[in-house]
Write a protein that binds this ligand. Sequence first.
Ligand SMILES: NC(=O)c1ccc[n+]([C@@H]2O[C@H](COP(=O)([O-])OP(=O)(O)OC[C@H]3O[C@@H](n4cnc5c(N)ncnc54)[C@H](OP(=O)(O)O)[C@@H]3O)[C@@H](O)[C@H]2O)c1
Length: 292
Amino acid sequence: MGVLSRAKMLMKKTKWLFSGKYFKYVQTDYSNYYKIEVQKSRFAGKSFVVTGATGEIGRAICFKLAGEGAKVFCCGRNKDKVAEVMQTAASQCDGELIPICMDITSLQSVTDAVDEMMTMTDKIDGLVNCAGQSAREKTRDLYLQEESVINDIIDINLKGTIFCCKAVLAQMVKQNSGKIVNISSVVGVGGKSRHAEYSAAKAGVIGLTKTLAIEYGKRGITVNCVSPGLVPRGDMKLAKIESLKKTNQLGEICHGKDISGAVAFLLSDEADFITGDNLIVAGGRDLGLKGD
Ligand SMILES: NC(=O)c1ccc[n+]([C@@H]2O[C@H](COP(=O)([O-])OP(=O)(O)OC[C@H]3O[C@@H](n4cnc5c(N)ncnc54)[C@H](OP(=O)(O)O)[C@@H]3O)[C@@H](O)[C@H]2O)c1
């Protein structure tokens, strides 16, 4: 390629860079030159399934994906509640927010929900397993913990994630494509006092992610994990949030948008070659508390 052509290509590249549109480079041959394809909307034409859609983090993920053009199946236990939550963003999204009823602790419920979704799409490009929670006010030292709480926490966080992966993988295997992002927690990575069952379940989600990445890589399916630090829900007191901010390495608290950004990246083409990974999004909280 001559000097003039190279200069022209560089000018074109610069123009697109500053146009504010999405773009990507595609290597056309084994030289160092790249063709640029402009992507108007990162997820236009994609269909994603998000569980825990009514929650603090799940809602942020649904809005992010639909905001970038995707059709999003927003799953929760109560369809009316999901519809109500989604209403706040529906008019601002390029994509679609479709409420789906699903109890992830029942394989039958999950399978029925996937069947329902397949009447509205011909493929599932991505699954985000976000439904889950800790024992909250029922957290105890393990020797004092109730059997029912242990069962519930394992069922929601681990078994539920396994069921959703199983049901959606049946479709992704047919397609020979797909991306799964599981939501674990820094508590699954580093543990936390009085959270034995939650910590075990979330560590299990990381193990599940790695095994599925090994099992389905040959079928063009990637499986990754995002481990958030503490994300305040609506019920957390402002004073508590302020004190938590001070202990984080970045002096800020984690927000839903921080998690949705990481999830969107792992669902995007930019992450095609990433699988079996656990991306910690915690502002350095996993490195120890500030001042330790
Ligand atoms: N917030 C944090 O600080 C934090 C930190 C690290 C990791 N995480 C993880 O991030 C994820 C989201 O957390 P969040 O704080 O956004 O939770 P959240 O606000 O309490 O929402 C929990 C979500 O899970 C759904 N859910 C619970 N049990 C379910 C079941 N049996 N079947 C279907 N859906 C069910 C709820 O749906 P309903 O509408 O049906 O109740 C709700 O949408 C969880 O996996 C959590 O463990 C959170």
